[in-house]
Design a protein around this ligand. Structure first.
Ligand SMILES: Nc1ncnc2c1ncn2[C@@H]1O[C@H](COP(=O)(O)OP(=O)(O)OP(=O)(O)O)[C@@H](O)[C@H]1O
Length: 269
C-alpha cells in the first residue's frame, strides 16, 4: 500500500519506551501517546495501552470516538499526528508484515473476481511456499466453517460466509496479531453470535493475539480477556479492565493482568 502521509520523525532518544518494549518480550504492541487530528479537529488525544502476546483485547468506545482511526494507526495504514505505535519493538511507519486486519465491510475487502480459495491464498504468497499453502488454506477454511466452499466467489456467498472468508484470510497468513474492526457490525444478530464463538474458537486453535474493536460493550466483555474503554473524542484510553466473563478459557495469562502496569485499571482524564 502506498502511504500518503508523513510519519512524525522521532529519534531513539525520544522513545525510551520502545526500548522497554524490546526488553519485555511479552509485549507485542504498545501505543504511546497516540494522537490523530483530521485538519484542526483532534480525534485521538493521546491513547496509551499495550497488548501482550496471546491476549484477546477488545477496544470499545462510542460512535465517532476514533476506533477505526486508532486501528488504522496501529496497522500503519494511517500516520498519527503525534505519539507512536511500537510493534514487536519497532515503531510502526508502514503496515507491518506480521500484522493482519479484518475490516467491517467484508463486501469490499474480498476481491470479487477471485474465489474464496484465491482470496485466502493471496497474502500467503509472500510468506509461504506454494507447496505449503493448500494444507493451510484447507485447515483455516475448515476452521471457519467453509470447508469445501473454496471454489465459491464472494458474490455467491451470504454476508456471514464472506466475513468467515475474510477471517480465514487473516488467519491463513499466520500473523503475529490480528486486528479486527467491528467485523460483525454488518451481519444479522444470529450470524453475529455464531461468528463471535467462531472467533473465540479459532483464536484458541491458532493461538493468535487479537485486538478487536467494537462499539458493543456486551460483545467486548464476552470476547475479551481484557476490555479497553475509550472516551468520546477527543479520545483517550479512559479505562482498562480485565474481563470477568465466567468460564473463559484463554491461551494468554489474563490473571496476571491486575498486577502489571498496563493492565491495571487506569483513568487518565
Ligand atoms: N479521513 C477523514 N477525514 C476527516 N474526518 C474523518 C476521517 N476519518 C474519520 N473522520 C472523523 O473522525 C471521527 C472518528 O471516526 P472513526 O471512524 O475513527 O470513529 P469510530 O469510533 O470508528 O466510529 P463508528 O463507531 O461510528 O464507526 C468521526 O467524526 C469521523 O467523521
Amino acid at each position: 500500500m502506498k502511504m500518503t502521509e508523513t510519519y512524525p520523525q522521532t529519534t531513539a532518544q525520544d522513545k525510551p519506551e520502545a526500548d522497554a518494549a524490546v526488553a519485555n518480550p511479552n509485549v507485542l504492541l504498545q501505543l504511546q501517546g497516540l494522537q490523530k487530528n483530521y485538519g484542526h479537529v483532534r480525534i485521538l488525544a493521546g491513547v496509551d495501552f499495550e497488548i501482550r502476546k496471546g491476549e484477546f483485547v477488545c477496544v470499545v468506545g462510542p460512535s465517532g470516538s476514533g476506533k477505526t482511526t486508532l486501528l488504522k494507526c496501529m496497522a500503519g495504514l494511517l500516520a498519527p499526528s503525534g505519539g507512536q505505535t511500537i510493534f514487536e519493538g519497532q515503531p510502526v511507519t508502514e503496515p507491518p508484515a506480521k500484522l493482519a486486519v479484518v475490516f467491517q465491510d467484508y463486501s469490499r475487502s474480498l476481491l470479487p473476481w477471485m474465489t474464496v480459495w484465491q482470496n485466502v491464498e493471496l497474502p500467503m504468497k509472500n510468506k509461504f511456499a506454494k507447496a505449503e499453502r493448500p494444507a493451510r488454506i484447507e485447515s483455516v477454511l475448515e476452521a471457519v466453517g467453509l470447508g469445501g466452499k473454496g471454489n465459491l466467489y464472494p458474490w455467491q456467498m451470504s454476508g456471514g460466509m464472506q466475513q468467515r472468508a475474510a477471517i480465514a484470510r487473516g488467519l491463513a497468513y499466520q500473523p503475529d496479531v490480528l486486528l479486527m474492526d467491528e467485523p460483525f457490525a454488518a451481519v444479522d444478530a444470529q450470524t453475529r453470535i455464531e461468528l463471535e464463538d467462531l472467533v473465540l474458537r479459532v483464536r484458541q486453535e491458532f493461538d493468535t493475539t487479537v485486538v478487536f474493536v467494537t462499539h458493543d460493550i456486551d460483545e467486548a466483555v464476552y470476547l475479551g480477556d481484557r476490555v479497553i474503554v475509550l472516551s468520546g473524542a477527543p479520545t483517550t484510553s479512559a479505562a482498562t479492565s480485565p474481563s470477568t466473563y465466567p468460564g473463559r478459557v484463554t491461551s494468554a495469562t489474563p490473571n496476571s493482568c491486575p498486577s502489571t502496569p498496563g493492565c491495571a485499571p487506569k483513568y487518565s482524564n
